[in-house]
Design a protein around this ligand. Structure first.
Ligand code: ZN
Length: 383
């Protein structure tokens, strides 16, 4: 069994230990020490990182009480090595983990729900409960958690005897009756857990719920605590400040600012459509009446604009009305309308003459030409 130094002192960030074994596996080395302060992966939390005599500790796993460190360099068996943990990483994880105990304790005490899943990722943690929680309830839970954090309550680790254990009511009840480690947050929570925690809830600093969603008949909560929560809030605060400056709106009124912007966009689109129709009407009015065909060019027009202009111009020509948009280099999109010519039959001839593709109804066809403006004009002038 490896002695777990983190059990007794969660803030032991440096330690010395004797190397019991070191085996090469691939490009890594699996090292077992007589004792360690490195927390192995478990209970939804990743392993601690750090160094052992300068070798990087890449992973730490526990099996049957033996803790194995994966390093990038070999360690000498029998040597006394100096271990250094990534203190910042460990502390942030302890803040998050302890915050999760406070959170689960409050949910359990208030609603009787059990924490049925926990995962700590690098940017957030998720906790699953076997009951539904709504936004109002979550706000109250969040407030209560932050009150308890500010109260600075002691976090104790206790190892009760099998007999004592029988009389205790705690969360995450295990089948085991020996070597059970209970984490007690005085007056708030009692839970079996093997991970390291901070010593006082005040060290958690802050708890923030980020998201909640229904999950397997219960609720999945995403949250952050401590320095991670502060950093998250700072990023979001700065984003909102930028939006506030861009909208010239107060920071607490950015949603209303965006809503107004959306309303403005709807209004502008409506105005554009009205103006487009007016322009098309003017263009159609300017077209001379003809017994033959006519062709007109628009800059960067969409298909519906071409169709609208084509319809307005149709009464001006007996044969075909063609409206195009594009350029000589990339070709032209076209819409052709006619009241007298069967365009479905005619399209073959048109496309053949102007290197085109497309088709449609007897009264209107659409497609594209790979021809020059000059060639298109010349073709329709002869129709
Ligand atoms: Zn824990």
């Amino acid at each position: 069994m490896t002695e777990k130094l983190y059990y007794k002192n969660s803030k032991l960030y440096t330690f010395t230990a004797t190397v019991l074994s070191c085996e090469q596996k691939g490009e890594q080395f699996l090292c077992i020490l007589d004792k360690t302060a490195f927390f192995p992966e478990g209970g939804g939390q990743k392993a601690d990182n750090g160094t052992l005599d300068g070798a990087n500790v890449l992973d730490v796993q526990e099996k049957n009480g033996i803790i194995t460190h994966s390093t990038n360099k070999p360690l000498t068996v029998g040597a006394i090595v100096h271990g250094v943990l990534n203190e910042e990483q460990r502390f942030r994880r302890m803040q998050n983990h302890t915050g999760e105990h406070v959170f689960s304790g409050v949910v359990h005490a208030t609603y009787g729900y059990t924490n049925v899943g926990f995962h700590m990722a690098d940017d957030c943690m998720t906790v699953d409960f076997d009951g539904a929680l709504n936004a109002e309830q979550l706000k109250e839970i969040e407030d209560e958690c932050n009150r308890l954090i500010a109260k600075n309550v002691a976090v104790n680790c206790i190892f009760p005897s099998a007999k004592e254990l029988e009389t205790l009511d705690y969360r995450s009840k295990l089948e085991l009756t020996e070597d059970v480690r209970l984490v007690e947050i005085e007056g708030i929570d009692l839970c079996a857990c093997c991970a390291p925690h901070v010593e006082m809830t005040g060290e958690v600093g802050i708890l923030k719920i980020l998201d909640c969603m229904p999950h397997r008949g219960g609720t999945r909560i995403t949250l952050l605590c401590g320095l991670d929560a502060f950093e998250h809030l700072r990023v979001h605060y700065n984003c909102n400040r930028k939006v506030s400056a861009l909208l010239s709106a107060r920071a607490i009124e950015t949603p209303q600012g965006v809503e107004k912007l959306q309303e403005d966009i709807v209004g502008f689109k409506r105005e554009i459509t009205t103006l487009q129709t007016k322009i098309n009407r003017l263009l159609a009015d300017g077209l001379e009446q003809t017994d033959g065909s006519a062709v007109m060019f628009l800059d960067d027009a969409k298909a519906d604009e071409l169709r609208s202009l084509c319809n307005l111009c149709l009464p001006k020509c007996k044969q075909m009305m063609c409206v195009c948009s594009g350029n000589d280099e990339n070709g032209y999109a076209y819409i052709i309308g006619s009241a007298n010519v069967n365009l479905r039959e005619k399209s073959k001839e048109i496309n053949a003459a102007l290197n085109g593709r497309g088709g449609g109804q007897p009264t209107m066809i659409q497609g594209s030409f790979k021809a020059t403006k000059e060639e298109i004009i010349a073709f329709f002038n002869q129709q």
